[in-house]
Design a protein around this ligand. Sequence first.
Ligand SMILES: *Cc1c(COP(=O)(O)O)cnc(C)c1O
Length: 381
Amino acid sequence: MVPWKPERNRIRNGMRVPTPAPFVRRVQPYRCVSSLDRIDPHASPEPMKLDWNESTIPPSPLVLERITAFLNNTHHLNWYPDQRARELTQKLEEYTGVDASKLLVTAGSDAALDLLCQTYIGPNDEVVVPSPTYTHFLVYAGARGAHILQVYGRDPFELDVDAIMQSLSARTKMVYLVSPSNPTGLVYPPALIARIARAAPQAVVVVDEAYFEFAESSAIQLVETYPNIVITRTFSKSFGIAGLRIGYLVAPEGIIEDLRRLYNPKSVNVLGQIAATAALEDLEYLYSYVNSVNEAKEHMGTWLSERGFLVRVTAANFIMMKVPNPGAFIALCEEEGVYIRDRSMQPQLDQYVRMNVGTMKQTHELCERLERAIQRLPRLA
Ligand SMILES: *Cc1c(COP(=O)(O)O)cnc(C)c1O
């Protein structure tokens, strides 16, 4: 138990100032290091933004067409969005094969994770988080005063089933799994997720499938059987509308009812709803992008291995690669207009950088730029 402490006066410039709520005071802000601050989108050659796992191409032309048509009706922006996101939910029923009663559309999947934490976690509830993981979740759980148990396996790139199973107890209130995981690419097979759900029936087992479209695995079927499994997904990665903030969750009806207590139906913006609906009407576009990325991933794996790097090709849309001096390598890449993400500060990921992968066409251009960066890299250790 964290003892309750009375608030100490906070003084700034000699004046008493407000203090955040007790649990918020302990939260480490999510370190939002984005290359956007340094990128000039009009630069030539075109910058390659590969640090946040976003899609590397614009969304389907149908998305732009629908948004444009919508904006041409001048009244549309002064009304609130459809609070039940009916059209989008209907399309999601077709896409997921799940009934609307088990679907909830959110403002990005981040909002789904936040809502789950707000609804189910109270002070000192234990939350099991196999790690390394998507660290933004830790902010949402931390803000509720959760006791977060980060579980590290023997090797970050291999499932350590025993470590996870041993961390579960009657105190576990939530388990957060990312599958395929960011940044390790680990995939949790549905059978393992079911086993976790049975071992901790009092816990909500959250499966973050942000990269579902790139993988061949999903736990979505389990929602029909297990009352405590929730899947979160997003339109930010494979559908190319990260800027419009649309995600959704799939959960048993009981959980959806609980979540609706705090859910803000106005929070899912109108342009995002239109865009996501249109994106689901052009699945050919999605599949062609996903296939190209998956092919390019393999190509990158081979290409970098041939140049002496240890590469982890993941089931998501990114690769992890080990470089002796990540800082120097990242700087050299930026000189070539290639922006990648340093993950070397995370436990177990010493020397690793993460790079998302685009289409085959983009990848040929990327390799030319990387070749120049690599040639200027001080000799590999
Ligand atoms: C990118 C990412 C998210 C955030 O998705 P949004 O829908 O844009 O909020 C959530 N989870 C994981 C694992 C991610 O990598």
